[in-house]
Design a protein around this ligand. Structure first.
Ligand SMILES: [Zn+2]
Length: 89
């Protein structure tokens, strides 16, 4: 079975989950809500974790970069988990 993981772009997904390892919050976004992060339909999923931030932590003045991204795909309804662990001294 071929997973759409490597070359998948935002246009292939119906929603994106951002789970914050710092505050524990999880939020689902629709692709059209991601423009505020500079994400378009052509943005690779692999590049997403570097762009997404926890909005709750951001509101508290924290980086909000310690997030795990999960994508729900349109076609196969498969979920791809892209882990992002950003450690900042
Ligand atoms: Zn957070």
């Amino acid at each position: 079975m071929a997973l759409p993981s490597k070359e998948a772009v935002i246009a292939h997904v119906i929603s994106i989950s951002v789970e914050c390892a710092d505050c524990g919050r999880n939020r689902w976004w629709r692709p059209d809500q991601l423009k505020r992060f500079g994400v378009t339909g052509n943005t690779p999923l692999a590049a997403l974790s570097a762009r997404m931030r926890c909005m709750v932590c951001r509101a508290d003045g924290l980086p909000g970069a310690n997030v795990a991204i999960q994508a729900a795909f349109i076609d196969e309804r498969q979920r791809e988990v892209l882990m992002q662990r950003s450690r900042r001294a």
